[in-house]
Design a protein around this ligand. Structure first.
Ligand code: SF4
Length: 432
């Protein structure tokens, strides 16, 4: 029996690094400290056992060799005039690097899961920057914590316990008792039920409410109407007083802010609110990134291409214009004629019209798990699980890079090996 301590969890953006893993005969038999989401991923479920192919989407899959599947994947990408390579958030940075190289080789658009979650945050950060902090600073210092359009109880189950609410920190010895927790959301979530103050706003009114808070903060409460976005002015004034009273305040925002009306302008406005709060006291703002290494893709893509996501290599050089070059833009316009989905699940998370288009075109899936994308795929290549069977680098939601450990030996090839072999085969097809 082997006991691995201080192991990292490859599920959500918290990347908890205090797990204990019990391994017997190359099998994980027990996990300590992980939440249910992390434990379920590490223990493995719905694994794809062997490569599979089918002639058309109505036929059943037939098991094939890795050579056949890799050859077919390379043929699909090689023949495509407008390939899309999407996913990446549940893979390590080493995989991202190989994927960007392959995208360049075949002139693909490469995009990641942020396109349906925090890509608007990236656009706002381009314009305003991000006054942020590590989760360690939040744990040690934050005495007012705001969750805006995010529900960590469900999506990041150990965030509140390890970093933001219940954790005891260097300057926050009392843990929960020393912190004020505010939730701003359109409905009373599980997180809201645990908060000191819940601000319920009407759907799509985040921009208005942030603007009202900024007006009150700058001494212009007189121009704010009696109710903004369904929130009484009195509650907004009280909220500004609470925010100003903090010694160190932090706002964690989620898809309730990034994907509601006004999208990136919501984040832009929220960053301005933070900048203005910093005239009174110390404030930081952070996105609640979902998958454990969605932040890492943004990093690798930026240092490789100059852009964080939605990069189009059709011209031979990186071109980026979200709204034109993001995964759903090319799918909804029916522009892309083949797709490779890796370490992400477009079938589960994309709009119905995008998934319908994926069902019409050749799709290659590279993933350890059977998921809705498998149902629209022609070629399925199973791989080892990054962060469980493969070591490498991931970026936590606060941008801190961490080294993921290998817990057991893989029985399937790694993403890097598969991408290397597809790239090699594409070059052969080109006669190189
Ligand atoms: S909170 Fe996230 S990173 Fe931590 S154990 Fe749960 S799923 Fe894993």
């Amino acid at each position: 029996m082997t006991i691995i301590t201080d192991a990292l969890c490859p599920f959500c953006g918290c990347v908890c690094d205090d797990l204990t893993i019990i391994v017997e005969n190359n099998k994980i038999t027990d996990i300590k400290n992980a939440c249910k989401l992390g434990a379920s991923k590490i223990m493995g479920h719905h694994r794809i056992k062997a490569p599979m192919m089918r002639a058309d989407k109505k036929s059943d899959f037939k098991e094939v060799s890795f050579d056949e599947a890799i050859n077919e994947a390379a043929q699909i990408l090689f023949k495509s005039k407008r390939p899309l390579m999407y996913g990446w958030a549940s893979a390590l940075c080493e995989v991202h690097k190989k994927g960007i190289l392959l995208a360049e080789e075949v002139g693909a658009i490469i995009d990641n899961t942020a396109t349906v979650c925090h890509a608007p945050s990236t656009l706002a950060v381009h314009e305003k920057g991000l006054p942020s902090a590590t989760l360690g600073q939040v744990k040690n210092r934050s005495d007012v914590t705001v969750f805006w359009g995010s529900n960590p109880v469900h999506a990041h189950p150990r965030h509140m316990g390890r970093y933001s609410v219940f954790a005891k920190g260097f300057f926050q010895e009392k843990g929960r008792k020393g912190r004020k927790v505010i939730v701003v959301d359109v409905r009373k979530t599980e997180t809201a039920a645990m908060a000191d103050e819940f601000v319920q706003l009407q759907q799509g009114s985040d921009y208005l409410v942030i603007s009202a808070l900024r007006a009150i903060l700058s001494g212009h409460a007189d121009v704010v109407p009696e109710s903004v976005g369904g929130v009484p002015k009195e509650q907004l004034v009280k909220l500004v007083d609470t925010l100003k009273a903090a010694k160190f305040g932090s706002i964690f925002f989620g898809m309730g802010l990034t994907q509601s009306i006004s999208r990136y302008k919501n984040i832009d406005n929220a960053i301005s609110l933070i900048t203005e709060l910093n005239a009174f006291t110390k404030y930081v703002i952070s996105p609640m990134r979902g998958h454990y290494n969605v932040t890492g893709f943004g990093q690798v893509c930026t240092w490789e291409t100059g852009f964080a996501t939605a990069v189009d290599f059709a011209r031979g050089a990186p071109y980026y214009n979200p709204g034109e070059t993001a995964a759903n833009d090319v799918l909804l316009r029916k522009e892309t004629d083949a797709a490779m989905i890796i370490a992400g699940d477009a079938g589960a998370h994309f709009p119905a019209d995008s998934v319908r288009h994926l069902a019409r075109i050749p799709v290659v899936q590279i993933d350890p798990y059977w998921n809705p994308t498998t149902e629209v795929s022609n070629v399925v290549i199973p791989v080892a699980i990054c962060g469980v069977e493969v070591e490498g680098t991931a970026y936590r939601m606060d941008g801190v890079s961490l080294r993921m450990r290998k817990m057991i030996e893989p029985t399937l090839p790694t993403d890097v090996e598969v991408l290397d072999r597809i790239t090699e085969r594409v070059r052969e097809l080109r006669g190189e």
